[in-house]
Design a protein around this ligand. Structure first.
Ligand SMILES: Cc1cc2nc3c(=O)[nH]c(=O)nc-3n(C[C@H](O)[C@H](O)[C@H](O)COP(=O)(O)OP(=O)(O)OC[C@H]3O[C@@H](n4cnc5c(N)ncnc54)[C@H](O)[C@@H]3O)c2cc1C
Length: 371
């Protein structure tokens, strides 16, 4: 068991998706000691990417809208705004042509610049580290705060003590790991009521082009909901073929969710062939299937759940429509919304720590001077 140092400007952030990395960057910039812990072996969360040919590409399709002001301003802050290119893209349905943006080198450029910023400012990002429990440090400890208990892939236990804690995964996971915290029961009940749809996305690299549309709703009865012609809009780049995504949502009780990856791929490809009969299996150069248990929150909570206890914050996409968008019944799962929520939460933490007569960043070994 290792112990991380505790000081009154220390923050532990659970999750290295966009929310966690933006919180980490903003707090590192404000002089906080930042520790980000991520259960997966790589960053990005829902916006995670993989190497395809000579490029990095998201496992589920992403694009930028002109209205994504927070995302555009973050890209500028991180110096990657010049990598965004805008394209006229064809969509099925009423608004047939829409201008959407995409990074020259994928979202990987933004994600890696955030990680670089955090580490350049003394923070660290730990991968393959699963948080299993968060508990409150007693008021009698040197500084009250939180203890985050993690398990590494080799089963080693790792503990991080911090004054502030930000959780960025699903509301369900938060409830599972926070049962020892003193969170009011009605608060827990409302959070428990936020149910999630799961998501399945097949990224295929094809030898020949199929769709000319960027986004097309799939006909009823197919196992996926939408066909995204990534290369139809953004080109072949260095992928070594034409990239198409098939995306669907489901419940975890549906047969498709429990099927094996090869069965899902078989079902997806057979359904795709109904739309493009000349396509053969041998036309697939490579594919990646990704399943996301908590892809879309289905219900927006009646009260603000982002700050369940003092100095503890939940920055989850399921809670995002409390922001400027006004209240809607379904949370907006968009990067722009989570970046805005991360900005609001970090401003609150910076404001609180400024008004709490801060100590100047001691390590645990230095604390004796302040006692
Ligand atoms: C199919 C699909 C398409 C989308 N397309 C777009 C788009 O085109 N444009 C757009 O703006 N948005 C899009 N989005 C939404 C966007 O991807 C999300 O809003 C955003 O990525 C959410 O980021 P996040 O950091 O809040 O959450 P996540 O990305 O879910 O990150 C949370 C992280 O926390 C980690 N974690 C959870 N529990 C633990 C634990 N116990 N211990 C350690 N780590 C933990 C997870 O592994 C994960 O990495 C899309 C989403 C989906 C599903």
């Amino acid at each position: 068991m290792f112990d991380e140092a505790l000081n009154d400007r220390s923050v532990c952030i659970i999750g290295a998706g966009m929310s966690g990395l933006v919180c980490g960057m903003k707090l590192a910039k404000a002089g906080f000691k930042v520790s980000v812990v991520e259960e997966l072996a790589s960053p990005g969360g829902l916006c995670a990417y993989t190497r395809i040919g000579r490029e990095y590409l998201e496992l589920v399709p992403h694009h930028i809208r002109k209205s994504d002001k927070a995302l555009l301003s973050l890209s500028k802050e991180m110096g990657v705004d010049d990598k965004i290119k805008w394209f006229d893209t064809a969509w099925s349905g009423r608004a047939s042509i829409r201008k959407v943006g995409y990074f020259d080198s994928g979202y990987a450029c933004l994600i890696s610049s955030l990680i670089q910023f955090i580490t350049d400012h003394g923070g660290h990002v730990l991968f393959s580290t699963t948080v299993t429990e968060i508990t409150a440090l007693s008021a009698s400890s040197i500084l009250p705060g939180y203890r985050t208990t993690c398990i590494l892939t080799n089963s080693t236990r790792y503990v991080i003590d911090s004054k502030y804690l930000i959780f960025t995964g699903s509301c369900r996971t938060f409830l599972n790991i926070s049962h020892n915290l003193n969170i009011p029961m009605d608060f827990r009940d409302i959070m428990m009521n936020i149910s999630y749809k799961a998501g399945i996305s097949a990224l295929m690299v094809l030898k020949k082009p199929t769709t000319e549309m960027y986004s097309r709703k799939a006909p009823e009865g197919l196992p996926f909901d939408r066909i995204i012609g990534h290369s139809a809009a953004f080109g072949q780049r260095g992928y070594g073929g034409h990239v198409v995504y098939l995306t669907g949502t489901c419940s975890i009780t549906d047969n498709i969710w429990i099927a094996s990856d090869s069965d899902i791929m078989q079902q997806y490809f057979s359904a795709f062939r109904k739309l493009y009969p000349s396509l053969r299996k041998s036309d697939i150069k490579s594919y990646r299937l990704s399943k996301t248990r908590y892809a879309f929150a289905e219900k927006y909570p009646e009260i603000d759940l982002t700050n369940p206890c003092e100095d503890l914050y939940v920055c989850a996409s399921g809670l995002t429509s409390s922001q400027a968008e006004g209240s809607t019944s379904i949370p907006k799962n968009r990067l722009d919304s989570v970046i805005r929520l991360a900005g609001k939460i970090t401003s609150e933490i910076i404001g609180r720590s400024g008004s709490q007569n801060s100590l100047p960043h001691p390590d645990i070994t230095d604390l004796a001077e302040y006692i």
